[in-house]
Design a binder for this molecule. Structure first.
Ligand code: ARG
Length: 495
């Protein structure tokens, strides 16, 4: 068993291997290994600037850490006999830079503020990945919507034919959901991107740390202003997980929709073979498995959120080891979500929409009935509810033909629509889905002209979001550059 540099003062003896493994977060900590090296570098640079470590020790430690950053950590740093990656790297440094220098790194710091900092750094990276996946999905939806501003199809309520709409309207509805997911993630990012480092165990330290400097080197906007909150809170994880769960629920709805659309009784879409499987016994089958798996992944992400909230809810201030067990839930939720997004984008991009079937179905099930009622209001000044009942009765009687509508009007309201000038031709014209859509006037409706504009607006909104995403990435790159310059200056300093 390797000597544990943290335990050896206070505790006697070693621990059974099973207990060591039970307690170690090493496996999940692979996610934060690179963040932890950066945290160590920022901390040592700051200690040096504040004259809290001698130049020689700082240089030794920094050289070793830069080596890990560039060529990867030696396998031994991930030894599960260490409690976590923080202990693993510290042990590695003691081996590589000597125990005197290695033993000076942890001054004014605790693993509590260290891990909270690493988690925020890795969450930032993963949020950026989620955002770029979302951009791909939104781009695919916008491009397909642009192709289909004139593709007429039925819209549904209660999964029953309801009113005619356009495919663009449908696709942009989902794009709007994903645009809000984007905005939620940007919002989460701003609350993730603050630094706990320098809070020590929870109560700060008597050493004059420069928390603003470490925050700056690590790309955070500010140090967190309460050191107890800084180490104890994980609402940034609950928030990120909530946003991912909402996003996956939105994705799941879209999967469900496409699965339904691909059935032989709907036939609105033919999915690319690459995203389908066949049956081992039924040779005719083309199953939308990728969408089914994606729909299922949303369950896992909701589960991770539930686990996280349940874990956090019973924790008193400040740090409790339970928090370590929270992290795998976060990593898994990001892994499932970030793997889903680019695949969904490809499924949308390669889907063949069955325009003739959509068109044929657009008027099925009397989807145009509302329009006939609206027409009676506009042309004959009949109250909407009366018109609604007349048309409803005509549907019940069997059709929207003139004689049937006339009978319904007489029965229900003692009105003769024929006398008012209603003809078979007018009804046909009024009930034509293309005319109905062209006549839609309210903002946000599926009028093809409005859809063309909506495509442009969605496109501009997407470009703006992409620029915001680029800025976030630039900020991280600039901070890293600043830290590396500080490193080079220190190494080249002959002091
Ligand atoms: N592995 C721990 C975690 O992930 C790091 C913090 C350990 N702190 C402690 N007081 N034991 O939460």
């Amino acid at each position: 068993m390797a000597t544990d540099q943290i335990r050896s003062g206070r505790l006697e003896g070693g621990r059974p291997a099973a207990v060591e493994q039970y307690l170690s977060s090493m496996e999940a900590d692979k996610q934060i290994a690179s963040s932890d090296i950066r945290v160590d570098i920022a901390h040592i640079l700051m200690l040096r600037k504040q004259n809290l470590i001698d130049a020689e020790s700082a240089k030794k430690l920094l050289k070793a850490l830069m080596g890990y950053l560039e060529s990867g950590l030696p396998a031994d740093a991930f030894n599960v006999t260490r409690e976590d990656i923080h202990a693993g790297i510290e042990a590695q440094l003691m081996a590589d830079a000597g125990s005197d220098a290695g033993g000076r790194m942890h001054l004014g710091r605790s693993r509590n503020d260290e891990v909270a900092t690493c988690l925020r750094m890795r969450t930032r990276e993963l949020l950026i990945e989620t955002l770029s996946g979302l951009f791909e999905v939104r781009q695919a939806l916008i491009s397909r919507a642009e192709e289909h501003t004139n593709t007429i199809m039925p819209g549904f309520t209660h999964l029953q034919h309801a009113q005619p709409t356009t495919l663009a309207h449908y696709l942009l509805a989902y794009e709007s959901l994903f645009a809000r997911d984007t905005s939620r993630l940007f919002d989460a990012y701003s609350r993730v991107n603050i630094s706990p480092l320098g809070s020590a165990a929870f109560a700060g330290t008597g050493f004059p740390l420069d928390r603003k400097l470490t925050a700056e080197y690590l790309g955070f906007t500010d140090p967190m202003d309460n050191s107890m909150d800084a180490v104890a809170n994980r609402d940034f994880i609950a928030e990120s997980l909530s946003d991912l769960a909402i996003l996956m629920v939105n994705i799941s709805r879209m999967c469900e929709e496409l699965i339904l659309w691909s059935t032989s009784f709907v036939r609105f879409v033919n999915l690319n073979d690459a995203y389908c499987s066949t049956s081992s016994i039924m040779p005719q089958k083309k199953n939308p498995d990728t969408l089914e798996i994606m729909r299922a992944k949303s369950a896992a992400v909701i589960g991770e959120l539930t686990a996280a909230l349940t874990l956090i809810k019973s924790l008193p201030m400040s740090y409790n080891r339970d928090l370590q067990d929270l992290n795998p839930h976060l990593w898994n939720a990001f892994a499932q979500t970030n793997a889903s997004l680019p695949i969904l984008a490809e499924i949308i991009s390669t889907a063949e929409f069955n325009v003739p079937v959509m068109k044929k179905q657009a008027a099925a099930g009397n989807t145009t009935a509302t329009e006939l009622a609206d027409f009676m209001v506009r042309e004959y000044n009949i109250p909407f509810r009366t018109a609604h009942n007349i048309v409803g009765r005509a549907v019940k009687l069997g059709s929207l033909e003139l004689d049937v509508v006339e009978t319904a009007a007489k029965e229900l309201a003692n009105i003769s629509l024929k006398e008012k000038g209603l003809t078979e031709e007018t009804i046909k014209k009024v009930l034509h889905p293309a005319t109905i859509l062209r006549e839609k006037k309210s903002f946000g409706s599926p009028n093809p002209k409005m859809m063309k504009k909506a495509v442009k607006v969605a496109d501009i909104r997407l470009v703006q979001d992409q620029v915001t995403g680029d800025i976030l990435q630039d900020q991280l790159r600039d901070a890293d550059e600043k830290m590396k310059t500080a490193y080079r200056n220190l190494i080249n300093d002959s002091e």
